[in-house]
Design a binder for this molecule. Structure first.
Ligand code: ATP
Length: 217
C-alpha cells in the first residue's frame, strides 16, 4: 500500500520552500500523494491574519500542476481549532489502520514537537519525515530536546522501505531555500518584489485580492 504524506501549515502564503519540502520528502519516502492541509486556527501561534479561504485558495493554485499534490480543507472548514493529533486520528479512521501515513515537518516544527498537544500519540498515528531547513541545527543532537531525542533513538530510520503504518522518523536534508512566509508578507507590505519566491499563480492571486498590502499588516 503506497504511503501518503500529510503536510500541514499556515501557508500565509504558501511558497517554494513548502513545495520543495513536500516534493523532496515525497521522493525520499516514496509517497504516492501528499495532502496539503492549511490550518484553520492554529493552536501554536497567533491566528493568521489572512482569511482561511484565501490561504486555502492559494494552496489550491500552488499545487494545481502536480498530480501527486492534493489539498484537504478539513481544518479550514472546522469550527474548532485543529490539533494535528485530531486531524491524523480522523485521517487514520478514514484511510484504515494499514495505510502508511507520513507527517511532513520542517526541522523547526519538529524541534518544537514536545509542546504539541498529545505529541507522543503522533508516533502511533504516522511516521514523521523531517526536512532540515536552513538555520535549524537539526543534525546536532544537543539541540534536540531530551524527550524527543529518546523517541528519535528508538525510531530513526535512514531511508529505504519503512515497515508498518506509523512510528518511524526519517531526518533528511533538503535543498536549502531560505524563504519564509513572514519575509514574503513584509516585502509585499513595502511593495517589494516576491517574484520567484512563490508560484506565479499564487502571486497573481495575492495581487487580485490585494492581500498583504500595508494597511492589512
Ligand atoms: P512563517 O514565516 O509565517 O512562520 P513559514 O514559511 O514558516 O511561515 P508555515 O506555514 O508555518 O510557513 O510552515 C509549514 C511547514 O513548512 C513547517 O513545518 C515549516 O517548518 C516548513 N517550512 C516553511 N518554510 C520552509 C523552508 N523555506 N524550507 C523548509 N521548510 C519550510
Amino acid at each position: 500500500m503506497p504511503p501518503i504524506g500529510i503536510f500541514g501549515g499556515t501557508f500565509d502564503p504558501i511558497h517554494f520552500g513548502h513545495l520543495r519540502l513536500a516534493e523532496e520528502m515525497a521522493e525520499a519516502a516514496g509517497l504516492e500523494r501528499v495532502l496539503f492541509i492549511p490550518a484553520g486556527q492554529p493552536p501554536h501561534r497567533r491566528t493568521p491574519r489572512t482569511a482561511a479561504a484565501h490561504r486555502l485558495e492559494m494552496v489550491r493554485r500552488a499545487v494545481a500542476g502536480n498530480p501527486r499534490f492534493e489539498v484537504d480543507a478539513r481544518e479550514v472548514n472546522s469550527p474548532r481549532p485543529s490539533y494535528t493529533v485530531d486531524t491524523l486520528t480522523e485521517l487514520r479512521a478514514e484511510l484504515g489502520n494499514d495505510q502508511p501515513l507520513w507527517l511532513l515537518l520542517g526541522a523547526d516544527a519538529f524541534l518544537d514537537l514536545t509542546s504539541w498537544h498529545a505529541w507522543r500519540q503522533l508516533f502511533e498515528l504516522a511516521h514523521i519525515a523531517v526536512a532540515a531547513r536552513p538555520g535549524a541545527q537539526l543534525l546536532k543532537t544537543e539541540t534536540i530536546p531530551e524527550l524527543l531525542r529518546n523517541e528519535l533513538s528508538q525510531r530513526q530510520v535512514v531511508g529505504g522501505p519503512v515497515a508498518g503504518p506509523a512510528g518511524s522518523v526519517l531526518l533528511r536534508q533538503m535543498t536549502p531555500l531560505d524563504i519564509s512566509a513572514t519575509a514574503i508578507r513584509e516585502t509585499l507590505a513595502r511593495h517589494g518584489s516576491v517574484r520567484y519566491l512563490l508560484p506565479d499563480a499564487v502571486l497573481d492571486y495575492i495581487h487580485e485580492h490585494q492581500l498583504y498590502a500595508r494597511h492589512e499588516n
